[in-house]
Design a protein around this ligand. Structure first.
Ligand code: GAP
Length: 599
């Protein structure tokens, strides 16, 4: 590694060289913001997704769905994305390059939250700080800053009469299907629905390789709750230790992190909503398990101006790479925003029936219009007039106090005599009411998690007098579980035994690489560099000794090697992979044949 390389540059170089990820469509010059995950990266990403699915879907007892990535325009009219999903764009007058105006300000000044500023202020700041185009150096002062909608538009079918959009978040696929998903939950709260899939944003300036791209993968959980009745089981996460950076601390001159537990953070209302506290707790444990460095990780609360149009409160999980904090997940209290909007804009039912403990007697406004009068008077519109009167009676009974009552149908005012409307208030016994559930949403960026894991796993040390670089990826997510090598490739017996071990390990579900080319040292280095936790070597000593046939297992991080009977190999690797035992336990149980790195 060259000394001058930043962590990000080193990562991009390693990612390309070792097949983690690289710019897509390179043969045709590429397209900014699109990446292909190579064999190692695709395996790592899919292991991250599996680990997420296991924790947030399976262990939580939630439902996973897979919705389309293209959705019709009315979905995004209702969700607010057509109107409100914008970033601030400024264009260079010289080279024509587009930039995110808020990012230019954050990069060149001490201001940390330019996204929340109004456009006029952003224009003034560009002028005040004489900001220049990062591409050609031209002055940007005086250039207009405009809202730019981030959604990719397309047409559904031939022609342009049915516009559609590539979803900017997987969440909308869950909200739109709520009327059907709730059936699987037997119409009873709380329940959660998850989705792992692609999201698309036409980012103004994609940057930092897979950190800000135009197509990326989200893993999202929408937790539907009754806000008056449902509480999470905090007991399972109350002792989890977290580093919090609340909004108040960010705004204070001497603001500090709050090191606390989830239980205390919720009790002391640092985290205002217990559901957000609950998900922060399980996310903390999950990130630790998949290998995020907890010394480079925090939860930061959004400042008021930073929150998305739907969020009442939001905390981000952030990881540090290259001295910058990257948002890798968001935990938002979306309230009833989404379900109410889809309820208003569609004919479907986005509510849940909440049963009362005891039936209640309530007063209910009723209209029973005389249709023998409405029919002749309004013709084909009579039924709509009836519905409008019923809806008005429920919403505003006082409208029926005068001699006449008016409603709007098809844009026209229709007036009816109050006695024809036949309005009255009745006592009714009801067993429950319809409520719109509230939503708490943990939303994870999979690509940014992969980026963080690779950055945090990178290490260098000395083995056999040489500097080696290795990725200390957790066995839960490492692309390859085991490398298997015959010590030399020209001895048939060693090759045959190594190949048989490969078959056994694969049959047992391990992902295995077989390698017989080059020196054994080079083969170890190759696997170290892609993060393979264990390497198994078949040598003569193991086949010709007195005891049972054996092989060596080498642990990646310490380069220690132990000798293990071939018959025990699969079982022992399984215990360390699952976390049941550590490699230290195996070192105590078996013969240590190589003391390892820096020994
Ligand atoms: N449904 C909520 C939602 O989409 P978000 O904060 O906009 O919230 C959630 O996105 C996560 O998706 C982020 O925390 C981040 O990890 C990831 N993400 C967002 N935009 C991204 C982009 N352009 N490239 C890569 N990941 C992105």
């Amino acid at each position: 590694m060259s000394e001058e390389q930043t962590e990000g540059e080193r990562l991009a170089e390693l990612a390309k060289r070792r097949g983690y990820f690289f710019g897509a469509s390179g043969a045709y010059g590429g397209a900014a913001g699109f990446y292909t995950f190579g064999p190692q990266g695709a395996a790592l990403k899919s292991n991250v997704e599996d680990a997420w699915r296991d924790r947030f879907t399976v262990q939580e007892g939630n439902f996973e769905i897979e919705a389309p990535t293209i959705m019709p325009e009315p979905v995004f009219e209702a969700s607010g994305h057509l109107d409100g999903f914008d970033d601030m764009l400024v264009e260079c007058p010289e080279c024509g390059e587009s930039h995110r105006a808020d990012h230019l300000i954050e990069d060149e000044t001490d201001i940390e939250d330019a996204e929340s500023l109004p456009i006029a202020e952003v224009e003034a700041l560009i002028e005040e700080h004489d900001l220049q185009c990062p591409n050609c150096g031209a002055h940007l002062a005086g250039e207009p800053v405009e809202d730019f909608n981030l959604m990719f538009e397309t047409n559904i079918g031939p022609g342009s009469s049915t516009p559609g959009y590539l979803r900017p978040e997987t969440a909308q696929g869950i909200f739109v299907e709520f009327p059907r998903i709730k059936e699987y939950a037997r119409n009873s709260l709380p329940f959660g629905a998850t989705q792992i899939g692609r999201a698309y944003r036409n980012e103004i300036s994609p940057r930092k390789s897979i950190v800000r791209t135009r197509e990326f993968t989200q893993a999202e959980l929408e937790q539907f709750v009754d806000p008056e009745r449902d509480e999470p089981d905090l007991s399972s996460v109350e002792d989890v230790e977290v580093t919090l950076y609340p909004a108040t601390e960010q705004q204070a001159d001497d603001g500090e992190y709050v090191e606390t537990t989830v239980g205390k953070a919720v009790d002391e209302e640092i985290i205002g909503d217990p559901w957000i506290g609950y998900f922060v707790g399980i996310a903390q444990e999950w990130y630790e398990r998949v290998g995020v460095d907890m010394d480079r990780f925090r939860f930061r609360q959004h400042l008021a101006g930073e929150r998305a149009h739907y969020a009442a409160d939001c905390w981000d999980a952030e990881s540090e790479v290259d001295g910058d904090w990257i948002e890798i997940a968001g935990f938002a209290y979306r309230g009833d925003y989404d379900l109410s909007k889809h309820g208003e804009h569609s004919d479907d039912d986005f509510t849940i029936f909440r049963q009362f403990d005891e039936p209640k007697t309530v007063e209910r406004a009723v209209v029973e219009p005389d249709m023998s009068v409405l029919g002749p008077e309004f013709g084909g519109a009579a039924a709509d007039v009836q519905s409008a009167l019923e809806e008005l009676a429920e919403r505003d009974p006082s409208a029926f106090e005068d001699e006449e009552v008016s409603v709007t149908v098809g844009g026209e005012t229709k007036t009816v005599d109050a006695d024809v409307a036949n309005f009255r208030v009745e006592e009714q016994t009801v067993s429950g009411e319809h409520i719109t559930p509230h939503v708490i949403e943990p939303s994870f960026g999979v690509d940014r998690t992969v980026y963080t894991l690779l950055a945090h796993a990178y290490n260098e040390d000395e083995v056999d007098g040489e500097t080696r670089s290795y990725l200390s990826l957790s066995p839960t997510v490492a692309p390859t579980d085991v490398g298997v090598f015959p010590l030399v490739s020209n001895v048939e017996e060693l090759v045959d035994r190594a190949e048989a071990i490969v078959d056994d390990l694969r049959e047992s579900g391990f992902s295995v690489v077989y390698d017989d080319s080059g020196s054994i040292g080079r083969r170890y280095r190759r696997q170290d560099e892609v993060g393979t936790p264990f390497c198994v070597t078949v040598d003569r000593d193991g086949l010709e000794g007195e005891g049972p046939d054996s092989v060596t297992i080498r642990e990646r991080d310490t380069a220690r090697q132990i000798r293990v009977p071939i018959d025990d190999l699969v079982a022992e690797l399984r215990t360390v992979e699952s976390g049941e035992r550590t490699f230290d336990d195996l070192v105590e149980a078996y013969e240590l044949v190589a003391p390892g790195a820096d020994a």
